[in-house]
Design a protein around this ligand. Structure first.
Ligand SMILES: Nc1ncnc2c1ncn2[C@@H]1O[C@H](COP(=O)(O)OP(=O)(O)O)[C@@H](O)[C@H]1O
Ligand SMILES: [Mg+2]
Length: 182
């Protein structure tokens, strides 16, 4: 039964996963690297499609208690009974804009990922799949150390779940156009 860290690109998954892996002496199972090594990504303009059922089968062979799993595809490629806890990292979409600029995402790719964070698609899909095993942490305005502490508390006691509502925030600021493609 594994610990899983998921969430949209740029929320801090890999940074936090590396810290937790070191603290708990776990090795990292990176869903994207495994998909890539198995040749399961199929390029489609500037986004990728992945064969999730093949990926799920490959991952099943690799999951163990000594591993922490990381990747935005987690809710689509892991079974509920294979995992101990799934933590979705959330991040203020206004902060994600600059992360994606630094990563030189195209406007389309950036908006796709911003819209996904605003609507909380990965969080929604994670909660519907993993239910009582699913939790969220908002990384915005927190240091890496603070997020690591929050994750450790969730792992040990299931305490400290955080809800966010970015849609309400950006609607009130009249900023829907900043986050969605026309
Ligand atoms: N509180 C925080 N928790 C995690 N990452 C943070 C935090 N604050 C800033 N960052 C930064 O956010 C950026 C994106 O993190 P990264 O781990 O690459 O995200 P992901 O793997 O989800 O795409 C990194 O530059 C990281 O240092
Ligand atoms: Mg990453």
């Amino acid at each position: 039964m594994s610990i899983v860290i998921t969430g949209n690109p740029g929320v801090g998954k890999h940074t936090i996963t590396e810290e937790i892996a070191e603290k708990l002496e776990l090795s990292i199972l990176d869903i994207n690297s495994i998909a890539k090594d198995a040749g399961l990504f199929e390029k489609n303009k500037d986004t990728y499609n992945v064969d999730t059922s093949k990926l799920e089968k490959i991952l099943e062979q690799k999951i163990s208690e000594k591993k922490i799993i990381v990747g935005h595809l987690a809710p689509y490629v892991l079974g509920k009974n294979k995992v101990k806890i799934v933590i979705v990292l959330r991040r203020d979409p206004y902060d994600l804009i600059s992360v994606y600029k630094e990563r030189r995402y195209t406007d389309e790719k950036s908006k796709e990922n911003l819209g996904s964070e605003v609507l909380g698609i990965i969080a929604h899909d994670t909660i519907s799949k993993f239910q009582e095993k699913a939790f969220q942490i908002n990384t915005s305005g927190k240091s890496i150390r603070e997020v690591v502490e929050k994750v450790m508390t969730l792992i040990s006691s299931n305490e400290g779940n955080e809800e966010v509502d970015w849609l309400d925030l950006i609607t009130k600021k009249n900023d829907l156009k900043k986050f969605f493609n026309d």
